[in-house]
Design a protein around this ligand. Sequence first.
Ligand code: DGL
Length: 289
Amino acid sequence: MISRAPNILVFDSGLGGLTVHAELLKARPDATYAYAADDAAFPYGDWEPEALTGQVVRVLGALIATRRPDIVVIACNTASTLALPLLRAKFPEIPFVGTVPAIKPAATASRSRLISVLATPGTVARDYTRDLIRDYAAHCDVRLVGSARLASLAEARMQGVFVDDADIAREIMPAFVEMEGRRTDHIVLACTHYPLLLEDLRRLAPWPVDWVDPAPAIARRADHLLTEAGFAHHRHASETRVEPGEALFTSGARPNHAVARALAARRLGLTDGPATAGARLQEERNAAQ
Ligand code: DGL
């Protein structure tokens, strides 16, 4: 058994991965967290697959070299559905947990057999997503909805910027389908940014649906892999000396007040100054190129 706290690196293009981080914190309050947002490259949803694969491998390479995580959680569907096999091949010593559309649980639970997958344009275009539908949702009608703007609206909300209900509604409406007397009853939140808007999604939905968020399952998987790797399971953070978490932004931009507050509420500090941490990561990325 390893008695020290595990180091967990959580990675996303922006603040969406905080929805996964929140569940990880519940499952492993004893861990030391680094939360890295590749905000210089946000949004990932628009990127060409090849360029995005290169970007993710480069940024994560720099992070792994300096942070030496015991596990990496890719809290981003757009990156996971594309780059997971390559990341595992490049860094075979590190366990990776990805975030992929929760199509299986949605299809299993659906009574109307009408489900929708709300994701970035990148994620809806992936073979990975199509394969999940073929393998687990063949008995359902599945509407794939690629939203160009919803992740950016969630970022804006986190930054304390006013977000118009009409803009959110426009992005989610195509996910609500009525067909032959049936209605969509499950919508897969296949972008980690979207649960940040969950209250709005519920409020603006034309009828109630189950919004399926895979974050708790991801946290369970990470917890399981850490236990398998021999990390003792401390029930309370106070049982170990837990270092404060660290938040990193690849742009080097200083997060505004609202974001800093949201990070602090999640026990993520900007310990050596956000600009410094971001600039350091930028240097590491340049060095790794
Ligand atoms: N949070 C990311 C995801 O889960 C995507 C946001 C973006 O477009 O960068 O897919």
